[in-house]
Design a protein around this ligand. Structure first.
Ligand code: NAG
Length: 398
């Protein structure tokens, strides 16, 4: 008897619960899916977030040469060189808003930073962008061909930015490379914007290798260094270790925000990649990154990536590639034989936290430093850097 009376109420409860679950599910669905309907033609927006001398030119080219990508290298350069005072902290919002406009293919925002009579050559490192060397921006390079920077510089310096804007609209992916962000929070409005489908690829590199590379380019980095240290136009000298320290701190900050306590809208939208892993197995790494942003690998790109990372082939015509004529893996180890051990110790001191978090082993002696058979980059297996792609994580109830 008791059992019989309980059954109807149990059924009612189950039905009620189901109803509640349905309402909740559709609520979730409605909240999570608006980007599907409002994002224009499902464009994907990619931010290559890196730092100076970390191999980001190469990573940028990996995307720029892809036939579906409209790429611009460091549009933030315009903000930093025009506004300057006092430094990175104040300028990050202007930089963020500049990126938002460019992601939406509104290049008029660049009018604030270029002369009145502007050509596409007024865009920083414009000829690094294959899309600016291809139709509709320029007739030179067919969209499915690899771009030659020198040729592009000669033939594609078109008047005005209208053609570039038209080009931007014609691609499924807009990719921007930036080295001027030191945290992720200022990007939150972009991540929440339903018209922008943002994926962030965070490229890092062993700070000891970065230091060596910075040492070779120290003069050209001085003006940027002043802004990193919030010193505006004041001269900074002998401050490179401080800059490196800021860069290391920013890696920790960004990585921890994205991996340890990510807000919902960041999940599935962040991926960390180490330069050392890229040069060790470039094809697998690039394929992984393409997958993360919904791009397909092509045989032509595969071939090209192999050549530019193995120091043979025609890639060397392209001056932008510092790694073309040498073996990329040798270059990434060069600091071990060229940096004085005292310098290595100082770098390790200021970057200790970042290095242990990101899997770079410290060396305790000059002997260890020079023993190239000692692998100082912890295996990737122990460092799983990314969340699953967004599609699966967006609908946790299914
Ligand atoms: C701008 O482009 C035009 C041709 O499109 C060229 O004649 C002119 O010299 C260029 N100006 C600058 C400043 O590059």
């Amino acid at each position: 008897m008791l059992r019989c009376r309980l059954i109807p109420s149990a059924v009612v409860t189950v039905v009620l619960l189901q109803g509640v679950a349905m309402v909740l599910m559709f609520g979730w669905y409605g909240r999570l899916m608006p980007s599907e309907s409002t994002a224009p033609r499902g464009k994907v927006h990619v931010l290559l977030l890196s730092s100076w001398r970390s191999g980001s030119s190469f990573l940028g080219q990996v995307f720029s040469q892809h036939p579906n990508v409209f790429y611009l290298m460091e549009p933030g350069w315009h903000v930093w060189t025009t506004l300057r005072q006092p430094g990175a902290r104040a300028l990050r919002m202007a930089l963020r808003d500049l990126m938002r406009s460019i992601f939406q293919c509104d290049l008029s925002v660049l009018e604030a930073y270029t002369p009145d009579q502007r050509n596409v050559s007024h865009l920083f490192m414009w000829s690094q962008s294959r899309a600016l060397c291809s139709p509709p921006a320029c007739p030179l390079t067919p969209r499915h061909s690899l771009s030659d920077e020198a040729e592009c510089r000669r033939h594609c310096n078109i008047r005005g930015l209208q053609k570039a804007e038209e080009a931007c609209h014609s691609y499924s992916h807009v990719v921007l490379k930036e080295v001027r962000f030191f945290e992720l929070e200022s990007l939150y409005p972009l991540l929440r914007d339903p018209t922008i489908d943002l994926r962030i690829i965070h490229l890092i590199r062993d700070p000891r290798a970065v230091a060596r590379s910075r040492g070779q380019a120290i003069r050209s980095l001085l003006r940027d260094s002043a802004l990193v240290l919030e010193k505006g136009d004041k001269p900074v000298t002998d401050s490179d270790l401080h800059v490196l320290q800021e860069v290391c701190r920013s890696h920790v900050r960004i990585y921890e925000t994205a991996m340890l306590k990510p807000p919902d809208f960041l999940r599935g939208r962040y991926k960390m990649v180490r330069y050392e892993d890229m040069v060790r197995d470039p094809l697998a790494e690039v394929e992984d990154l393409y997958k993360f942003v919904d791009l397909e690998m092509t045989p032509q790109l595969q071939d090209w990536i192999y050549k530019v990372t193995h120091g043979k082939g025609k890639g060397s015509r392209n001056e932008a590639f510092k790694i073309t004529s040498r073996n990329a893996e040798d270059v990434s180890q060069a600091w071990r034989t060229t940096l004085p051990h005292s310098m290595v110790q100082r770098i390790q001191q200021v970057c200790k936290g970042a290095m242990s978090l990101l899997g770079y082993q410290l060396v305790d002696s000059e002997k260890e430093q020079k023993r190239l058979d000692l692998d100082l980059v912890a295996s990737r297996k122990r460092h799983h850097f990314s969340w699953l792609p967004s599609k699966t994580t967006q609908l946790p109830m299914w």
